[in-house]
Write a protein that binds this ligand. Structure first.
Ligand code: FMN
Length: 409
Protein backbone atom coordinates (compact mmCIF):
# COMPACT_ATOMS: atom_id res chain seq x y z
CA UNK A 1 0.00 0.00 0.00
CA UNK A 2 1.31 3.45 -0.91
CA UNK A 3 0.86 6.07 1.78
CA UNK A 4 -0.27 9.60 1.00
CA UNK A 5 2.95 10.72 2.71
CA UNK A 6 5.25 8.75 0.38
CA UNK A 7 7.47 10.87 -1.92
CA UNK A 8 7.27 10.44 -5.71
CA UNK A 9 10.32 10.72 -7.97
CA UNK A 10 9.56 11.75 -11.55
CA UNK A 11 11.53 10.93 -14.72
CA UNK A 12 13.08 14.39 -14.90
CA UNK A 13 14.41 13.99 -11.36
CA UNK A 14 11.82 16.17 -9.61
CA UNK A 15 10.66 14.72 -6.28
CA UNK A 16 7.20 15.43 -4.91
CA UNK A 17 7.38 15.20 -1.10
CA UNK A 18 3.94 13.53 -0.87
CA UNK A 19 1.02 12.35 -3.02
CA UNK A 20 -1.40 15.24 -2.51
CA UNK A 21 -1.49 18.01 -5.12
CA UNK A 22 -3.50 21.18 -5.30
CA UNK A 23 -4.99 21.09 -8.80
CA UNK A 24 -5.12 24.21 -10.97
CA UNK A 25 -7.73 26.84 -10.15
CA UNK A 26 -7.95 29.99 -12.27
CA UNK A 27 -7.54 32.57 -9.49
CA UNK A 28 -8.74 35.64 -11.44
CA UNK A 29 -6.38 37.74 -9.31
CA UNK A 30 -4.01 39.25 -11.89
CA UNK A 31 -2.81 42.79 -11.15
CA UNK A 32 -2.60 45.49 -13.86
CA UNK A 33 -0.41 44.23 -16.71
CA UNK A 34 -1.87 40.72 -16.13
CA UNK A 35 0.87 40.09 -13.56
CA UNK A 36 0.85 38.14 -10.31
CA UNK A 37 0.82 40.40 -7.23
CA UNK A 38 0.32 40.46 -3.47
CA UNK A 39 -3.01 38.56 -3.50
CA UNK A 40 -1.60 35.64 -5.50
CA UNK A 41 1.58 35.54 -3.43
CA UNK A 42 -0.35 35.56 -0.14
CA UNK A 43 -2.74 32.89 -1.46
CA UNK A 44 0.12 30.58 -2.47
CA UNK A 45 1.94 31.07 0.85
CA UNK A 46 -1.26 29.94 2.55
CA UNK A 47 -1.76 26.98 0.22
CA UNK A 48 1.88 25.94 0.67
CA UNK A 49 1.49 25.99 4.46
CA UNK A 50 -1.39 23.54 3.99
CA UNK A 51 1.10 20.77 3.23
CA UNK A 52 0.37 19.58 -0.34
CA UNK A 53 3.50 18.17 -1.99
CA UNK A 54 2.66 20.00 -5.21
CA UNK A 55 0.82 23.23 -6.01
CA UNK A 56 -0.26 23.71 -9.60
CA UNK A 57 -1.14 27.33 -10.38
CA UNK A 58 -4.30 28.39 -12.15
CA UNK A 59 -3.83 28.61 -15.90
CA UNK A 60 -1.39 31.25 -17.11
CA UNK A 61 -1.95 32.45 -20.65
CA UNK A 62 0.78 32.18 -23.27
CA UNK A 63 -0.67 34.92 -25.51
CA UNK A 64 -2.05 38.30 -24.39
CA UNK A 65 -4.50 38.32 -27.29
CA UNK A 66 -6.27 35.19 -26.06
CA UNK A 67 -7.26 35.09 -22.39
CA UNK A 68 -10.18 33.13 -20.96
CA UNK A 69 -10.93 35.78 -18.32
CA UNK A 70 -9.70 39.34 -17.77
CA UNK A 71 -8.25 38.32 -14.34
CA UNK A 72 -5.91 35.74 -15.91
CA UNK A 73 -2.13 36.05 -15.61
CA UNK A 74 -0.16 36.29 -18.90
CA UNK A 75 3.52 35.29 -19.32
CA UNK A 76 5.19 36.16 -22.62
CA UNK A 77 8.71 36.84 -23.89
CA UNK A 78 8.90 40.41 -22.55
CA UNK A 79 6.88 40.08 -19.35
CA UNK A 80 8.78 41.28 -16.23
CA UNK A 81 9.80 38.22 -14.18
CA UNK A 82 10.13 39.69 -10.66
CA UNK A 83 6.44 39.21 -9.71
CA UNK A 84 6.62 35.61 -10.96
CA UNK A 85 9.70 34.99 -8.78
CA UNK A 86 7.73 36.10 -5.72
CA UNK A 87 4.81 33.86 -6.73
CA UNK A 88 7.05 30.79 -7.17
CA UNK A 89 8.87 31.43 -3.88
CA UNK A 90 5.54 31.70 -2.02
CA UNK A 91 4.44 28.36 -3.48
CA UNK A 92 7.71 26.73 -2.38
CA UNK A 93 7.75 28.30 1.09
CA UNK A 94 6.86 25.05 2.91
CA UNK A 95 9.11 22.71 0.92
CA UNK A 96 6.67 21.54 -1.77
CA UNK A 97 6.94 21.92 -5.53
CA UNK A 98 5.13 24.56 -7.56
CA UNK A 99 4.28 24.09 -11.23
CA UNK A 100 2.82 26.75 -13.49
CA UNK A 101 -0.11 25.60 -15.60
CA UNK A 102 0.22 27.10 -19.09
CA UNK A 103 -2.67 27.42 -21.50
CA UNK A 104 -4.14 28.82 -24.68
CA UNK A 105 -7.95 28.97 -24.60
CA UNK A 106 -8.50 28.63 -28.35
CA UNK A 107 -12.19 29.27 -29.04
CA UNK A 108 -13.03 29.80 -25.34
CA UNK A 109 -12.31 33.55 -25.47
CA UNK A 110 -15.39 35.60 -24.60
CA UNK A 111 -16.60 38.01 -27.27
CA UNK A 112 -16.19 41.01 -24.98
CA UNK A 113 -12.43 40.34 -24.72
CA UNK A 114 -11.54 39.71 -28.37
CA UNK A 115 -13.30 40.01 -31.70
CA UNK A 116 -11.96 36.74 -33.05
CA UNK A 117 -10.81 33.48 -31.55
CA UNK A 118 -8.60 30.68 -32.86
CA UNK A 119 -9.59 27.04 -33.05
CA UNK A 120 -8.59 24.01 -35.11
CA UNK A 121 -11.74 24.55 -37.23
CA UNK A 122 -14.49 27.17 -37.41
CA UNK A 123 -16.79 25.24 -35.05
CA UNK A 124 -18.65 27.46 -32.55
CA UNK A 125 -19.09 26.54 -28.88
CA UNK A 126 -22.44 25.08 -27.87
CA UNK A 127 -23.32 26.06 -24.33
CA UNK A 128 -27.04 26.47 -24.95
CA UNK A 129 -28.41 29.93 -24.21
CA UNK A 130 -24.94 31.22 -23.30
CA UNK A 131 -23.35 30.32 -26.67
CA UNK A 132 -23.70 33.95 -27.84
CA UNK A 133 -20.99 34.95 -25.34
CA UNK A 134 -18.37 33.43 -27.65
CA UNK A 135 -17.42 34.43 -31.20
CA UNK A 136 -17.47 31.87 -34.01
CA UNK A 137 -13.77 30.96 -34.14
CA UNK A 138 -11.66 30.74 -37.26
CA UNK A 139 -9.41 27.83 -38.25
CA UNK A 140 -5.75 28.42 -37.43
CA UNK A 141 -3.18 28.66 -40.21
CA UNK A 142 -0.03 26.48 -40.19
CA UNK A 143 1.95 29.60 -39.26
CA UNK A 144 -0.29 30.29 -36.27
CA UNK A 145 0.05 26.69 -35.13
CA UNK A 146 3.86 26.96 -35.27
CA UNK A 147 3.72 30.27 -33.40
CA UNK A 148 1.63 28.62 -30.69
CA UNK A 149 4.18 25.84 -30.17
CA UNK A 150 6.87 28.50 -29.81
CA UNK A 151 4.79 30.51 -27.33
CA UNK A 152 4.25 27.49 -25.07
CA UNK A 153 8.02 26.87 -25.10
CA UNK A 154 8.83 30.52 -24.32
CA UNK A 155 6.36 30.65 -21.41
CA UNK A 156 7.74 27.40 -19.98
CA UNK A 157 11.35 28.62 -20.25
CA UNK A 158 10.46 31.85 -18.50
CA UNK A 159 8.56 29.95 -15.78
CA UNK A 160 11.77 28.06 -15.13
CA UNK A 161 13.78 31.29 -15.02
CA UNK A 162 11.32 32.62 -12.45
CA UNK A 163 11.97 29.61 -10.21
CA UNK A 164 8.97 27.35 -10.89
CA UNK A 165 9.80 23.63 -10.54
CA UNK A 166 7.80 22.64 -13.59
CA UNK A 167 4.91 23.39 -15.90
CA UNK A 168 1.66 21.64 -16.59
CA UNK A 169 0.45 21.98 -20.17
CA UNK A 170 -3.35 22.29 -20.19
CA UNK A 171 -4.77 19.87 -22.76
CA UNK A 172 -8.12 19.25 -21.02
CA UNK A 173 -11.51 20.92 -20.49
CA UNK A 174 -12.09 22.10 -24.05
CA UNK A 175 -9.25 24.65 -24.37
CA UNK A 176 -7.08 24.87 -27.50
CA UNK A 177 -5.02 21.68 -27.17
CA UNK A 178 -8.10 19.71 -26.17
CA UNK A 179 -9.99 21.23 -29.13
CA UNK A 180 -7.32 19.81 -31.44
CA UNK A 181 -7.69 16.39 -29.78
CA UNK A 182 -11.48 16.39 -30.20
CA UNK A 183 -12.93 14.96 -33.43
CA UNK A 184 -16.01 17.15 -32.81
CA UNK A 185 -14.08 20.43 -32.89
CA UNK A 186 -11.14 19.44 -35.08
CA UNK A 187 -12.45 18.94 -38.62
CA UNK A 188 -9.14 19.67 -40.37
CA UNK A 189 -7.94 17.56 -43.25
CA UNK A 190 -4.25 18.53 -43.05
CA UNK A 191 -1.48 17.12 -40.81
CA UNK A 192 -3.27 18.36 -37.68
CA UNK A 193 -6.64 16.70 -38.38
CA UNK A 194 -8.15 13.28 -39.01
CA UNK A 195 -6.69 10.29 -37.12
CA UNK A 196 -5.50 10.55 -33.52
CA UNK A 197 -1.77 10.92 -34.35
CA UNK A 198 -2.67 14.01 -36.39
CA UNK A 199 -5.09 15.42 -33.80
CA UNK A 200 -2.43 14.91 -31.11
CA UNK A 201 0.36 16.47 -33.20
CA UNK A 202 0.05 19.98 -31.75
CA UNK A 203 0.07 18.70 -28.15
CA UNK A 204 3.07 16.43 -28.81
CA UNK A 205 4.99 19.23 -30.55
CA UNK A 206 4.24 21.54 -27.61
CA UNK A 207 5.47 18.98 -25.06
CA UNK A 208 8.63 18.26 -27.07
CA UNK A 209 9.38 21.98 -27.52
CA UNK A 210 8.76 22.72 -23.83
CA UNK A 211 10.93 19.75 -22.78
CA UNK A 212 13.77 20.94 -25.00
CA UNK A 213 13.58 24.62 -24.13
CA UNK A 214 13.02 24.28 -20.38
CA UNK A 215 15.92 21.87 -20.03
CA UNK A 216 16.63 18.97 -17.70
CA UNK A 217 15.55 18.68 -14.08
CA UNK A 218 12.31 20.55 -14.79
CA UNK A 219 8.95 18.78 -14.57
CA UNK A 220 6.72 18.76 -17.66
CA UNK A 221 3.20 17.48 -16.99
CA UNK A 222 0.05 17.41 -19.11
CA UNK A 223 -3.56 17.75 -17.98
CA UNK A 224 -5.64 15.51 -20.18
CA UNK A 225 -9.29 14.50 -20.27
CA UNK A 226 -9.90 10.85 -19.48
CA UNK A 227 -12.91 11.55 -21.74
CA UNK A 228 -14.81 14.64 -22.94
CA UNK A 229 -18.18 13.04 -22.04
CA UNK A 230 -19.63 14.04 -25.43
CA UNK A 231 -20.83 11.45 -27.92
CA UNK A 232 -18.29 11.19 -30.71
CA UNK A 233 -15.76 13.21 -28.71
CA UNK A 234 -12.31 12.37 -27.34
CA UNK A 235 -12.79 9.14 -25.38
CA UNK A 236 -10.85 6.92 -23.00
CA UNK A 237 -9.31 4.85 -25.83
CA UNK A 238 -7.92 8.10 -27.26
CA UNK A 239 -6.65 9.05 -23.80
CA UNK A 240 -4.86 5.70 -23.46
CA UNK A 241 -3.06 6.19 -26.79
CA UNK A 242 -2.18 9.84 -26.14
CA UNK A 243 -0.63 8.98 -22.76
CA UNK A 244 1.72 6.54 -24.55
CA UNK A 245 2.63 9.19 -27.11
CA UNK A 246 3.31 11.70 -24.32
CA UNK A 247 5.76 9.30 -22.68
CA UNK A 248 7.76 9.22 -25.93
CA UNK A 249 8.15 13.01 -26.08
CA UNK A 250 9.43 13.39 -22.52
CA UNK A 251 6.41 14.14 -20.32
CA UNK A 252 6.80 13.37 -16.60
CA UNK A 253 3.22 12.91 -15.49
CA UNK A 254 -0.34 13.08 -16.79
CA UNK A 255 -3.16 14.57 -14.73
CA UNK A 256 -6.49 13.02 -15.65
CA UNK A 257 -9.60 15.13 -15.57
CA UNK A 258 -12.69 15.19 -17.74
CA UNK A 259 -15.33 17.24 -19.48
CA UNK A 260 -15.28 20.62 -21.16
CA UNK A 261 -17.13 23.89 -21.07
CA UNK A 262 -19.75 22.09 -23.25
CA UNK A 263 -20.22 19.04 -21.04
CA UNK A 264 -19.50 20.29 -17.52
CA UNK A 265 -18.36 16.86 -16.36
CA UNK A 266 -15.73 18.56 -14.20
CA UNK A 267 -18.58 19.98 -12.16
CA UNK A 268 -20.28 16.59 -11.98
CA UNK A 269 -22.82 17.25 -14.75
CA UNK A 270 -21.79 15.16 -17.79
CA UNK A 271 -23.74 16.08 -20.94
CA UNK A 272 -24.29 12.50 -22.06
CA UNK A 273 -26.25 11.61 -18.93
CA UNK A 274 -23.89 8.94 -17.60
CA UNK A 275 -23.98 8.87 -13.83
CA UNK A 276 -20.72 9.62 -12.17
CA UNK A 277 -19.84 8.62 -8.67
CA UNK A 278 -20.27 11.61 -6.39
CA UNK A 279 -16.65 11.39 -5.29
CA UNK A 280 -13.48 10.79 -7.35
CA UNK A 281 -15.52 11.32 -10.55
CA UNK A 282 -13.04 9.82 -12.98
CA UNK A 283 -11.67 6.92 -10.94
CA UNK A 284 -13.29 4.14 -12.97
CA UNK A 285 -11.81 5.54 -16.20
CA UNK A 286 -8.45 6.14 -14.53
CA UNK A 287 -8.31 2.52 -13.40
CA UNK A 288 -8.61 1.39 -17.04
CA UNK A 289 -5.88 3.82 -18.09
CA UNK A 290 -3.54 2.78 -15.27
CA UNK A 291 -3.24 -0.68 -16.72
CA UNK A 292 -1.50 0.64 -19.84
CA UNK A 293 0.04 3.96 -18.76
CA UNK A 294 3.83 4.15 -18.94
CA UNK A 295 3.68 7.44 -16.98
CA UNK A 296 2.68 8.29 -13.42
CA UNK A 297 -0.92 9.49 -13.27
CA UNK A 298 -2.58 12.13 -11.14
CA UNK A 299 -6.35 12.06 -10.77
CA UNK A 300 -8.45 15.13 -10.04
CA UNK A 301 -12.19 15.59 -9.55
CA UNK A 302 -14.37 15.19 -6.48
CA UNK A 303 -11.67 14.35 -3.93
CA UNK A 304 -12.74 16.04 -0.70
CA UNK A 305 -12.00 13.53 2.09
CA UNK A 306 -8.85 11.71 3.22
CA UNK A 307 -10.45 8.29 2.73
CA UNK A 308 -11.20 9.08 -0.92
CA UNK A 309 -7.68 10.42 -1.54
CA UNK A 310 -6.27 7.22 -0.04
CA UNK A 311 -8.67 5.09 -2.14
CA UNK A 312 -7.42 6.86 -5.26
CA UNK A 313 -3.79 6.13 -4.34
CA UNK A 314 -4.67 2.52 -3.38
CA UNK A 315 -6.09 2.01 -6.88
CA UNK A 316 -2.62 2.68 -8.29
CA UNK A 317 -2.95 6.39 -9.14
CA UNK A 318 0.27 8.18 -8.15
CA UNK A 319 -1.03 11.60 -7.09
CA UNK A 320 -4.43 12.73 -5.75
CA UNK A 321 -5.38 16.15 -7.16
CA UNK A 322 -7.66 18.38 -5.11
CA UNK A 323 -9.12 21.70 -6.23
CA UNK A 324 -12.42 22.92 -4.70
CA UNK A 325 -11.86 21.34 -1.27
CA UNK A 326 -8.56 23.22 -0.83
CA UNK A 327 -10.24 26.54 -1.57
CA UNK A 328 -12.64 25.71 1.27
CA UNK A 329 -9.92 24.49 3.64
CA UNK A 330 -6.29 24.86 2.53
CA UNK A 331 -5.11 22.98 5.65
CA UNK A 332 -6.58 19.63 4.56
CA UNK A 333 -3.38 18.06 3.10
CA UNK A 334 -1.46 18.39 6.37
CA UNK A 335 -4.38 16.89 8.28
CA UNK A 336 -4.68 13.99 5.83
CA UNK A 337 -0.94 13.32 6.02
CA UNK A 338 -1.29 13.18 9.80
CA UNK A 339 -4.02 10.55 9.35
CA UNK A 340 -6.99 12.75 10.28
CA UNK A 341 -10.24 12.02 8.46
CA UNK A 342 -11.20 15.59 7.69
CA UNK A 343 -12.97 16.87 4.58
CA UNK A 344 -14.79 19.79 2.95
CA UNK A 345 -18.31 19.92 1.56
CA UNK A 346 -18.79 22.13 -1.51
CA UNK A 347 -21.63 24.65 -1.55
CA UNK A 348 -24.92 23.79 -3.25
CA UNK A 349 -27.21 26.04 -5.23
CA UNK A 350 -30.89 25.87 -6.12
CA UNK A 351 -30.30 27.36 -9.57
CA UNK A 352 -32.01 25.04 -12.09
CA UNK A 353 -29.97 25.86 -15.21
CA UNK A 354 -26.97 23.52 -15.02
CA UNK A 355 -24.55 25.85 -16.77
CA UNK A 356 -25.51 28.71 -14.44
CA UNK A 357 -25.41 26.42 -11.39
CA UNK A 358 -21.89 25.23 -12.26
CA UNK A 359 -20.80 28.84 -12.92
CA UNK A 360 -22.24 29.96 -9.56
CA UNK A 361 -20.48 27.23 -7.58
CA UNK A 362 -17.24 28.02 -9.42
CA UNK A 363 -17.71 31.75 -8.69
CA UNK A 364 -18.05 30.98 -4.99
CA UNK A 365 -14.78 29.03 -5.15
CA UNK A 366 -13.14 32.03 -6.85
CA UNK A 367 -14.41 34.32 -4.09
CA UNK A 368 -12.91 31.92 -1.54
CA UNK A 369 -9.50 32.12 -3.24
CA UNK A 370 -9.70 35.93 -3.34
CA UNK A 371 -10.54 36.00 0.38
CA UNK A 372 -7.63 33.68 1.22
CA UNK A 373 -5.36 36.03 -0.74
CA UNK A 374 -6.54 38.90 1.49
CA UNK A 375 -5.79 36.95 4.67
CA UNK A 376 -9.48 36.34 5.44
CA UNK A 377 -11.39 33.13 6.14
CA UNK A 378 -12.39 31.16 3.05
CA UNK A 379 -16.09 31.32 3.95
CA UNK A 380 -17.92 34.21 2.30
CA UNK A 381 -21.19 35.13 4.00
CA UNK A 382 -23.24 34.74 0.79
CA UNK A 383 -24.63 32.09 -1.59
CA UNK A 384 -23.16 30.83 -4.91
CA UNK A 385 -25.75 32.92 -6.81
CA UNK A 386 -24.61 36.11 -5.02
CA UNK A 387 -20.98 35.09 -5.65
CA UNK A 388 -21.79 34.90 -9.37
CA UNK A 389 -23.18 38.45 -9.37
CA UNK A 390 -20.14 39.73 -7.47
CA UNK A 391 -17.76 37.95 -9.87
CA UNK A 392 -19.48 39.62 -12.82
CA UNK A 393 -19.04 43.05 -11.19
CA UNK A 394 -15.34 42.46 -10.48
CA UNK A 395 -14.95 41.07 -13.99
CA UNK A 396 -16.30 44.29 -15.51
CA UNK A 397 -13.59 46.34 -13.80
CA UNK A 398 -10.85 43.88 -14.73
CA UNK A 399 -12.09 43.76 -18.32
CA UNK A 400 -11.58 47.50 -18.77
CA UNK A 401 -8.05 47.19 -17.37
CA UNK A 402 -7.22 44.22 -19.58
CA UNK A 403 -8.49 45.87 -22.79
CA UNK A 404 -6.53 49.05 -22.06
CA UNK A 405 -3.33 47.10 -21.39
CA UNK A 406 -3.64 44.86 -24.43
CA UNK A 407 -4.24 47.71 -26.89
CA UNK A 408 -0.58 48.56 -27.74
CA UNK A 409 0.21 44.98 -28.83
C1 FMN B 1 -12.63 28.13 -9.46
C2 FMN B 1 -12.04 27.04 -10.33
C3 FMN B 1 -11.10 27.36 -11.29
C4 FMN B 1 -10.51 26.35 -12.07
N1 FMN B 1 -9.53 26.69 -12.95
C5 FMN B 1 -8.85 25.71 -13.59
C6 FMN B 1 -7.71 26.02 -14.36
O1 FMN B 1 -7.26 27.17 -14.46
N2 FMN B 1 -7.09 24.99 -14.99
C7 FMN B 1 -7.52 23.70 -14.88
O2 FMN B 1 -6.91 22.79 -15.45
N3 FMN B 1 -8.59 23.38 -14.15
C8 FMN B 1 -9.25 24.34 -13.49
N4 FMN B 1 -10.29 24.01 -12.67
C9 FMN B 1 -10.67 22.59 -12.56
C10 FMN B 1 -9.95 21.91 -11.40
O3 FMN B 1 -8.55 21.85 -11.59
C11 FMN B 1 -10.46 20.50 -11.22
O4 FMN B 1 -10.11 19.73 -12.36
C12 FMN B 1 -11.97 20.43 -11.00
O5 FMN B 1 -12.41 21.49 -10.18
C13 FMN B 1 -12.37 19.12 -10.34
O6 FMN B 1 -11.69 18.93 -9.12
P1 FMN B 1 -12.36 19.23 -7.69
O7 FMN B 1 -13.59 18.38 -7.62
O8 FMN B 1 -11.33 18.84 -6.68
O9 FMN B 1 -12.70 20.68 -7.64
C14 FMN B 1 -10.90 25.01 -11.91
C15 FMN B 1 -11.86 24.68 -10.95
C16 FMN B 1 -12.43 25.67 -10.15
C17 FMN B 1 -13.43 25.29 -9.11
Amino acid sequence: MTLLSEPLRLRSGAVLPNRIAKAAMEELLAEPGQLPGDALTALYRRLAAGGAGLLITGHVMIDRRAVAQPGDVVLEQDTPLAPFRDWAAAGQSAGGQVWMQINHPGRVVPKDLARTAWAPSAVPIDVGGLSGMYPTPRAMTALEIDETVERFAVTARRAREAGFDGVEIHAAHGYLLSQFLSPLVNRRDDRWGGGLPNRARLLLDVVAAVRERAGTGFAVAVKLNSADFQRGGFDSDDARDVIKMLADVGADLVELSGGSIESLATAGFPADGRTLAREAYFLALAEQLLATSPLPLMLTGGIRRRAVAQQVIDSGVDVAGVATALAIDPALPGQWLAGRDTGAEPARTRLRNKTLAAAAVQALTSRRLARLGRGKSSRPPYSPAVALVLERLVRGRRRRGYLKWRRPA
